[in-house]
Ligand binder design. Sequence first.
Ligand code: ARG
Length: 568
Amino acid sequence: MPETTLHGLDRFSSRARAALAHALEQDPESILLEVPRDETHGEFSFPCFQMAKASGETPPALAARLAAELEIEAMQTEVVGPFLNFRIDTTPLAAAILEGALASDYGKGEQNETTVLEFSSPNIAKPMHVGHLRSTVIGASLARILARLGHKVTRINHLGDWGSQFGRLVAAWRRWGNEDAFAAHPIEHLLELYVRFHEEEEKDPTLMEEAKAAFGELETGEDGDSRRLWKRFTEASLLEFDKIYARLGIEFEHIRGESWYEDRLEGLVEWLDARGVLEESDGAQIVDLTAQGMDTPCLVKTALGTTLYATRDLAAARSRWEEFSFDHSLYVVGSEQELHFRQFKAVLDRCGEDWAARIEHISFGLIRMAEGKLSTREGKVLLLSKVLDRACELAMETIADKNPDLADRGAVAEQVGLGAVIFHDLKHQRQKDVVFDWKEVLSFEGDTGPYLQYTHARCCSILRKAASPNIAFQDVDPSLLADSPELMVALGRYPAAIREAGNRREPSALAQALLRIASAGNAFYRDRRVLGCGDEALERARLAAVAALRNTLADGLGLLGVPAPEEM
Ligand code: ARG
């Protein structure tokens, strides 16, 4: 790759790797650089342990030999014990970073791959709770990040719209359904019916019989009363979900519920049979997975002949493979479904499908609130829409307090409230549980969305006040920014952060990089006068740095799905 197409610090790390590879007679791909833990030790570090073993030197001796030998344009080396560290000269650093960050394609990648990304996937007839928030915001941001890296991404919403519970819902509706309540608050009413069914089923065994009959009717595919009801419930639920998606700015190429795969289920079972993996057990059809190291077999069809969640996932996986020939098929689903994903992948393995290795379960931890566990069974859910509303209300209070004259306060409060909730979710490593604390989420200081938004708005305000805010890179003398390597390095790590976030399916890598950028940016304009600093060329250079900061924050927040208001 020609050096000028490398963004940010990549331009320098690739130089260092090439020089190391040459000196060590290795392939540059095999040279891995680290980020020194102590920022004062330079921008990159090469740990010498492995190569020293091969050459029979001690790691410090190898580091010293390399330091004496290497000459790299615009970079200095320094030995710290067994590490060879690299420091970029401040003027070429500022020049390369400004050039990249002022351009519109900063951090763009060339990973030419096809990725199917399933996320959100709430269950119809139930409200989205804060647990669904994680799948939705992690998935949507991964979609944007991977697209930036060059992937062709297809976003799928795998609605939970099929299964025996819909027989229960139809039965409950027939007993207690109320048109007025449904018209006023469809999902709330359906949830009430669902809860009531579970309360009364023990006392009244005929309820369960009615539910089974209704689901049996649904499964025949015939267009009867059960199906008509199920369709109504689905449509009403989708209308509610769409309100949340619109609010969060989220779109899908395909909204395909589990029911979409219904007419592929028979074919799937036949296919499993033809591959010789299907067995009968007490009248049910199963796939044994002991050879795959799993004690529980995968149940494909019950003794009653009905299919299951796993059956539909197998059909969906196959249909996606046939339709998209994906390089990656990702599923953003909570860690409690780990076993399910291992099972259905193992079934595909047993069938000899090598594309099964391209399926990844992108799992994530729970959101924990003071209210305790979020189960819909007891009907005590923390509704996502309520959380978003509350966040926007609280944002409104803060704005009224801090910036009472702000025009368009309502719209900004909505952006700040949503941004706070989304960022709070994404800044944590996805596998970890998240504790949700209102005060922390909405604080304008600390590692929060509002803090990033505020930093961005500050940059916008500085640029608004400048006589000529649109500065071309060519008109800047980069040596005038040689006193600000911290900001340049933070901005320079942005492209690598996008790459890491995409490759590791970990939006928090990008979120954390943005926090470091914002903190370097705040220090930059706190310690230096930008407007009216007394020197025209210096003011131009500093304004260019502020513009680079604003662009990068806006871009990064956009990739995460956090709105970036220009004033707040
Ligand atoms: N609807 C499910 C739930 O809310 C999640 C679906 C996950 N996706 C999948 N392909 N199984 O728990």
